[in-house]
Design a protein around this ligand. Structure first.
Ligand SMILES: [Zn+2]
Length: 165
């Protein structure tokens, strides 16, 4: 097993990005990934300034963690100003930022949410299940689907919530 430092979270490259998270290939791979994610989050808490204990961790801290992970992202998310906005396969480079793909974040939160409770956390105090986290993921999905011309919700066309309150 390779040592896991702060280059933690493997993002899927954008070309292999799929609209829905793929089912886990095997249970043990899922378990391994979950343990790695949990360790990564523990490491993040340890390095947090000011120091943060798991019991005091809220949905807001989970959002901080997700934003922190964006620096390791490999998914190009075009801004509305970019000529490639809405193009899933842009013909050339552009200066838009790289982010974690929504599908990766969504799967990560699912694993951390399970790990939290397996490590003695109470379901009703699970920061990974916080409403703010759900709303954030939904916004990331909307932004990325618009930026890259991918529809994540092909079947039910719900009214879009406003992107900013
Ligand atoms: Zn761009």
């Amino acid at each position: 097993m390779d040592s896991q430092s702060l280059q933690p979270f493997m993002d899927t490259p954008s070309h292999s990005d799929t609209p829905t998270p793929t089912p886990t290939p095997t249970a043990s791979r899922y378990e391994n990934q979950k343990r790695r994610d949990w360790n990564t989050f523990g490491q993040y808490l340890k390095n947090h300034r000011p120091p943060l204990s798991l019991s005091r961790c809220s949905g807001a801290h989970v959002l901080e963690f997700l934003r922190y992970l964006d620096q390791f992202g490999k998914t190009k998310v075009h801004t509305a100003m970019c000529p490639f906005y809405g193009h899933p396969n842009p013909p050339g480079p552009c200066p838009c930022p790289l982010r974690q793909a929504w599908g990766s974040l969504d799967a990560l939160i699912g694993r951390l949410r399970a790990a939290f409770e397996e490590n003695g956390g109470k379901a009703e105090a699970n920061p990974f299940g916080a409403r703010a986290v759900r709303l954030y993921l939904r916004e990331v999905r909307d932004v990325q689907s618009k930026a890259r011309g991918i529809s994540y919700e092909k079947k039910k066309r719900k009214r879009q919530p406003p992107p900013h309150q």
